[in-house]
Design a protein around this ligand. Structure first.
Ligand code: GLN
Length: 560
């Protein structure tokens, strides 16, 4: 039988943002993968930043790093977690990337004297979408266009999507993820905004084939029919997506509505059976939302929580998800508390509030704000035997705290905050110094996958006997993890720190860069930090071994 053509599903947001378009896309990815198809998910972001790396986390949420080192939108993290595989840098496109490429080409005379305008931008987008499909060697691409219909910022992408259909005709379908409000004063779900969004979409020359209707409650038959008739689609292609407790339930709900089968039918692909991997997913989704299991309280200490009157957890999204996966793996119910590091900088600090936590995490970060507070919390966790897990900055600060309070190196610090410190236990990497001096900030950190050699008989080595869903042979002592930093443990202090009891249980293969620091179990139940970001590799069906080890230690805390 002839192999079917590559298929494309464009997903566009209607009515308003923030209704879970990324989760819908991810969930369809889970389902089509479970049907035996290879899927790649593409995020198209309208902003002019060339990548997400230069945006503040309270502005745009977490910066998610791919294996390649590309700094992307947090949706890419959800995509990888729902697909259970790594994505390529080609799966992430920003307007900035596209414009920069086209303008650089124009400056290099590569358009042969032609007038360069919006058409070249559109064609470059089309080219990138086709290329992403090839690089992934996938059967189906699902492309999420960031923003909402009507935004002037994403018009180029709408035009690219329209023309894409003319090139690939029946191999392309469109889906609109819309919102159906139920205003309190009326008490009735309204379909009009969705109908209007569809009209607006039609004005771009695009007609949708499916509508996912996000709402607080399920959409009834009458409204499905109303939307279907107004939008020229079959009623069964209006999919109800009510609010639910856990995002991992979305694929399970879509499967109940036979969404994947309908998509395969619309794409003229064989309607294969859902394979067994989906059983494991369903079980996990059930487990993660369940209230059963002992409660384990985890404090996540950060400074990116406050955004106006809202508490934002988006800045640490992958960390929070990684905790959930490992909690499920060790059979406990995680209760995650956001702890503002600035609260631990005042004069009369009440540390007793930290006693309620079975484990404390200091995630990644930049700059000076809240740092002394974090150092105070780390000291408390070390002295009170509260399991502590430091991620990137959290590891650097753990080394500073140890240097100050155990080795007695007063004023020990990181070059990032106090270059004049008498003990720069954390220093800038030499190549990074050059980049900062040149004002080269974009995509210039130590980014993406780098190997680390694990130290024999360490907690890290014990934990990593199982990684990325695979049992590693005992002899395997090299792991690869994703990085995003400019500073490192200063080599001049390594010997002193080691003599003082800190174990560097993961080092770059040449032995120069410290990738993991820990205290032996005989001294502390769990006091470990990583220079890399383990949270980026944590997957629902393959929890990260270090998070799992941390959760085990936190679980053990409850016993006492
Ligand atoms: N600011 C630190 C550095 O650049 C840590 C970065 C991070 O936590 N991602 O090295």
């Amino acid at each position: 039988m002839k192999k079917p053509n590559h298929k494309y599903i464009f997903v566009i947001g209607g009515v308003m943002s923030g209704v879970g378009k990324g989760i819908a896309v991810s969930s369809i990815g889970t389902l089509l993968t479970a049907k035996g198809y290879k899927v790649n998910l593409v995020k198209v972001d309208p902003y002019l930043n060339v990548d997400a790396g230069t945006m503040h986390p309270t502005e745009h949420g977490e910066v998610f790093v791919l294996n390649s080192g590309l700094e992307t939108d947090q949706d890419m993290g959800n995509y990888e977690r729902f697909l259970g595989r790594d994505l390529a840098p080609d799966d992430y496109i920003t307007s900035g990337m596209v414009y920069k490429h086209v303008i650089d080409k124009e400056r290099a005379l590569e358009f042969g004297g032609k007038c360069v305008d919006a058409k070249q931008i559109r064609d470059e987008i089309v080219h990138r979408l086709e290329h992403a499909a090839k690089v992934n060697k996938s059967d189906i691409s699902i492309i999420e266009i960031g923003g909402t219909i009507g935004d002037y910022q994403n018009v180029m992408f709408m035009e690219a999507a329209r023309v894409f259909k003319t090139y690939h005709s029946s191999d392309v379908i469109f889906m609109m993820v819309s919102y159906l409000p139920t205003p309190g004063s009326i008490g009735e779900m309204k379909t009009r905004p969705t109908q209007n969004a569809e009209r607006q979409l039609a004005s771009y020359g695009i007609n949708t084939d499916f509508i996912i209707g996000r709402a607080s409650t399920p959409i009834d038959k009458k409204r499905k029919e109303k939307i279907a008739s107004a939008c020229n689609i079959r009623p069964e292609r209006v999919i109800s997506a009510p609010d639910i407790k856990s995002i991992y339930d979305v694929p399970v709900n879509f499967e109940k509505d036979h969404l994947a089968e309908q998509l395969l039918e619309a794409l003229d692909l064989p309607r294969t059976k859902t394979n067994d991997s989906f059983k494991a997913w369903t079980k996990m989704a059930q487990g993660i939302k369940s209230d059963k299991g002992k409660q384990v309280h985890i404090g996540v200490v950060g400074k990116y929580f406050n955004s106006g009157d809202f508490i934002l957890s988006d800045a640490y999204l992958s960390v929070l998800e990684a905790i959930k996966f490992s909690a499920y793996a060790v059979g406990v119910k995680p209760i995650i508390h956001t702890v503002n590091s600035r609260d631990f900088e005042e004069k009369n600090i009440d540390y007793s509030t930290l006693d309620q936590y079975d484990g404390i995490i200091v995630p990644g970060g930049f700059g000076e704000t809240g740092i002394e507070g974090k150092l105070n919390v780390i000291r408390y966790a070390r002295e009170r035997n509260i399991p502590y897990f430091g991620l990137c900055y959290g590891m650097q600060l753990m080394v500073i705290e140890y240097a100050r309070n155990v080795l007695g190196l007063a004023g020990a610090h990181t070059d990032e905050i106090n270059p004049k410190s008498p003990h720069l236990v954390i220093d800038i990497m030499p190549d990074q110094k050059k980049k900062l001096a040149e004002g080269n900030y974009g995509g210039s950190m130590r980014l993406g996958l780098y190997p680390a050699k694990l130290t024999k008989d360490s907690i890290a080595q014990e934990a990593y006997s199982y990684f990325a869903g695979k049992k590693l042979p005992k002899a395997t002592t090299v792991i690869k993890e994703r990085h995003r930093h400019r500073y490192e443990v200063n080599q001049k202090y390594i010997e002193r720190l080691e003599k003082g009891g800190l174990v560097f249980s993961g080092k770059s293969p040449d032995g120069t860069l410290m990738e993991i620091a820990e205290l032996p179990r005989s001294v502390h139940p769990f006091f470990l930090g990583t220079q890399f970001h383990p949270e980026f590799m944590a997957r629902p069906l393959a929890p990260h071994p270090l998070f799992t080890e941390f959760m085990k230690a936190a679980k053990a805390m409850m016993v006492f």
